[in-house]
Design a protein around this ligand. Structure first.
Ligand SMILES: CC(=O)SCCNC(=O)CCNC(=O)[C@H](O)C(C)(C)COP(=O)(O)OP(=O)(O)OC[C@H]1O[C@@H](n2cnc3c(N)ncnc32)[C@H](O)[C@@H]1OP(=O)(O)O
Length: 176
C-alpha cells in the first residue's frame, strides 16, 4: 500500500499543502513530506519501536494534532516505510514542538536535526519569536540535541507525564 502510494509521489523537491521539502532531507534515499491521517498507524509503529511498546501518544492524540485549527506542521521522513516524524503547533508567537521521534535504527544520522530545522523554518514563516518543548528530565540524548540547536532550559514542570509522574524540562529557543 505504502509502495503504491510512494510511486505516486513526485521526486523531491516537491510541494505538499503549505510545505516545500528541501531537495533531499538527509540523503538521496529519504523523502520528507507532510503527515496525513492515513499515516497514523505508521507513526504509532515508529513510537512502538522508540518507546519499546509503551506508547506515549495514542491514535486520537495524533489525530487531534493533525486536525487542529491552529497552524501546525507534522512531517515524516520515509524510505520504504516511515522512519521518523516530528511536528509543532503554533500558539501566538510560539511554535511548540509536540512530538519528535526517529526509529532506533536511524537515530544519530541527522534526521532529528533536519526535522527540527524544518519546523523552525515553518515557525519563522509564521512570525514566531520562540520555539518551545517539554522533554523528560531523564532524556539526556534528546536534551543534547535541543541544546546543540540553541534551546535553553526555562523551567521544570513537576510530574508532567501522566503514567510515570516524571518531571519535564521545559525548553525554549528564541528565534527572533
Ligand atoms: C518534544 C519531544 O518530543 S521530546 C522526545 C524526543 N524523542 C525521543 O526522545 C525519542 C527517542 N529519540 C529519538 O527519536 C531521536 O534520537 C531524537 C529525536 C532525540 C534525535 O533524533 P536523531 O535523528 O537521532 O538526532 P541527530 O542524528 O540529528 O543527532 C543530533 C544530536 O542529538 C544528540 N543525540 C541524538 N541521539 C543521541 C544518542 N543516542 N546518544 C547521544 N546523543 C544523541 C547528539 O548531540 C547529536 O549530535 P552529534 O551527532 O553531533 O553528537
Amino acid at each position: 500500500m505504502l509502495k503504491k502510494f510512494k510511486a505516486l509521489l513526485p521526486k523531491p523537491p516537491f510541494k505538499s499543502a503549505g510545505y516545500t521539502s528541501r531537495p533531499y532531507p538527509v540523503n538521496t534515499k529519504w523523502l520528507v513530506r507532510e503527515v496525513t491521517n492515513e499515516d497514523i498507524k505508521a507513526l504509532l509503529a515508529v513510537e512502538r519501536e522508540v518507546y519499546h511498546g509503551k506508547l506515549p501518544w495514542t491514535k486520537s492524540a495524533f489525530l487531534s494534532e493533525l486536525i487542529s485549527p491552529l497552524p501546525h506542521l507534522y512531517l515524516c521522513v520515509e524510505n520504504e516505510d516511515i522512519l521518523a516524524f516530528g511536528g509543532c503547533r503554533i500558539i501566538g508567537n510560539d511554535a511548540h514542538i509536540t512530538n519528535i521521534a526517529v526509529h532506533p535504527k536511524f537515530q544519530g544520522a541527522g534526521i532529528g536535526t533536519f526535522l527540527l530545522e524544518e519546523l523552525e523554518t515553518f515557525a519563522r514563516q509564521h512570525g514566531c519569536l520562540t520555539m518551545s518543548l517539554e522533554v523528560r528530565l531523564s532524556n539526556r540524548d534528546a536534551q543534547r540535541l535541543y541544546r546543540k540547536l540553541g534551546y535553553v532550559s526555562r523551567a521544570i514542570k513537576p510530574a508532567y507525564y501522566d503514567q510515570t509522574n516524571e518531571d519535564a524540562l521545559d525548553m525554549v529557543k528564541y528565534i527572533e
